[in-house]
Design a protein around this ligand. Structure first.
Ligand SMILES: [Mg+2]
Length: 193
């Protein structure tokens, strides 16, 4: 089966930053599970207050983000082969647009948390796959955390590349751990239409 679609994560994948998620979770009072699901479960005004705090952390990281090496060339390589690209992030539309403009990057489709579909659920990936008419076997996912892997698994996508970093979590069974976008390119070469 040839590749039709590659779904990218944003933070830690397309751009490099240094979110201290354990510290952020602690400050927001998240016990377990996903931050967004926790915030959405809160009553007002706590919900808005904590979302504002999360946005502050995200803005700080957005300002200091740098583009990951090789991502631009990788996107150009996919585009030349006619493979569609989608960016699926739990980050906000504001931060995402800011980063895409700052680095002059383009994806065929961008889904942010305002869609209401959040990783680690598979629903945002399924939405994107449906949009492009791409089956699970024609789709690859590139990310940096177990949320990307869990979402891919729930969407039935088995080709999952996790870019390694000092923050790479353990327990990523089923994913291909890679160092660079060139590594992914080499692994995808035979699947390119
Ligand atoms: Mg990430």
């Amino acid at each position: 089966m040839k590749l039709k679609l590659v779904i990218f994560d944003l933070d830690g994948t397309v751009v490099e930053n240094s979110y201290d998620w354990p510290a952020i979770r602690q400050q927001l009072g998240v016990q377990g599970g996903s931050i967004l699901a926790y915030l959405d479960s809160l009553p007002e005004p706590e919900r808005s207050e904590k979302y504002a705090l999360l946005r502050r952390f995200e803005r700080e990281q957005t300002e200091s983000s740098v583009l990951k090496q090789g991502v631009r060339e990788f996107l150009e390589w996919l585009a030349a082969a006619g493979v569609k690209t989608a960016l699926v992030t739990n980050n906000s539309r504001e931060n995402t647009d800011h980063l895409l403009q700052k680095f002059r990057l383009g994806f065929d489709l961008v889904l942010t948390r305002e869609s209401g579909l959040h990783k680690p659920a598979g629903t945002p990936f399924l939405r994107v796959m449906e949009h492009f008419g791409a089956g699970a076997g024609e789709t690859a996912v590139v990310g940096d955390t177990n949320y990307d892997l869990l979402a891919a698994k729930e969407a039935g996508v088995r080709l999952v590349f996790i870019l390694k970093s000092p923050m790479t979590p353990v327990g990523l069974e089923g994913a291909e751990l890679v160092e660079t976008f060139d590594d992914i390119k080499a692994k995808l070469a035979e699947k390119i239409p």
